[in-house]
Design a protein around this ligand. Structure first.
Ligand code: GTP
Ligand code: MG
Length: 283
């Protein structure tokens, strides 16, 4: 849909991970945009899942719906061709929300104008929106105007975060996300959805007088067959994953990194309350 792409455009840097696969974002992630006179706190969320199959997906839905508790403005992002099988809950919540709502139709670069207008009409029949924006987050079409409209409509309030803070999440969290992004890109079908990344060790030191980080991460999978796929023949797949992840983590941290990846089997982690809590899905 482009929620994370849009957040990154607003922040002017790559914060949320983006892939073409659904359910890339699993948590609610704050992106904080501060300048001399203002501070806007954006929430990137998972997309709404129609029919959650396991506890982690339920927790992802809770993260998506949690914005209804505290948002000052809702950006409802859609793309042409997108269908919800069960949109009742979403529509009920949207109608109940007392804050302003913008309908954001993204990916205008991929569709004929008539299709976009039909989608707009279809949703305006269901929900009353304060504004409708047709944009392309990827190509930054309409995004400056959207940001200005957000500035214009947001209420005044206290400054919640220090000006140099850009997220509520830690460096460790984003390192896990980077590794997860590379898993989503490199592996097919259910593999990425069966994985969780956990940092076991993260140490900063110096090598030849230059800053250097040593990171050891576990990748949890659910089955032995998945472990074999992640490791690959003679370890080729995990080696490639390690190289791609390390390069990206080095860019993120602006320092050299030594990364070790291990694959562990935890059969039912997606339904295990204790583990889901420790991974930050349950609070
Ligand atoms: N053509 C086109 N592609 C876009 C646009 N915006 C985003 N995309 C692509 O759409 C895909 C999904 O984008 P994301 O930003 O990850 O979408 P999301 O809504 O955060 O998705 P989840 O986190 O999985 O819920 C990526 O491949 C993006 O590059 C756009 O304006 N035009
Ligand atoms: Mg996302």
């Amino acid at each position: 849909m482009g929620k994370s792409t849009l957040l990154n455009v607003f922040l002017g840097e790559k914060m949320s991970i983006i892939t073409h696969k659904p359910q890339t974002t699993r948590h609610r992630i704050l992106g904080i945009l501060s300048d001399e006179n203002s501070q806007i706190v954006f929430s990137d969320t998972p997309g709404v899942i129609d029919d959650p199959n396991y506890k982690m997906q339920e927790a992802m839905n809770d993260a998506a719906y949690s914005i209804f508790d505290d948002a000052d403005l809702i950006l409802f992002v859609l793309e042409p061709g997108q269908e919800y099988q069960d949109e009742e809950r979403l529509i009920v919540q949207m109608k109940k929300a007392s804050c302003p709502k913008f309908l954001i139709i993204n990916k205008v670069d991929t569709s004929q104008p008539q299709i976009l207008l039909d989608l707009k009409a279809q949703w305006e029949k269901r929900i009353t929106f304060d504004q409708v924006h047709l944009i392309s987050a990827l190509n930054r079409i309409g995004t400056d105007h959207l940001l200005q409209s957000i500035r214009d409509i947001l209420p005044e309030g206290p400054v919640y975060y220090p000006k140099d803070q850009i997220s509520d999440k830690s460096e460790r969290f984003f390192i896990c996300e980077i590794i997860r992004e590379k898993i989503l890109i490199q592996f097919e079908q259910e593999i990425p959805y069966s994985c969780e990344v956990v940092i076991e060790e993260f140490k900063d030191s110096k090598k030849d007088g230059k800053p250097f980080s040593r990171i050891r991460a576990n990748i949890l999978v659910m089955r032995k067959s998945q472990k074999q796929i992640l490791i690959g023949k003679n370890g080729a797949a995990i080696k490639k994953l390690g190289i791609e992840s390390r390069k990206s983590i080095e860019r993120f941290l602006s320092r050299r990194v030594h990364l070790e990846l291990y694959v562990k089997i935890k059969e039912k982690w997606r339904d295990d309350d204790r583990l889901l809590r420790s991974f930050g899905y349950l609070h």
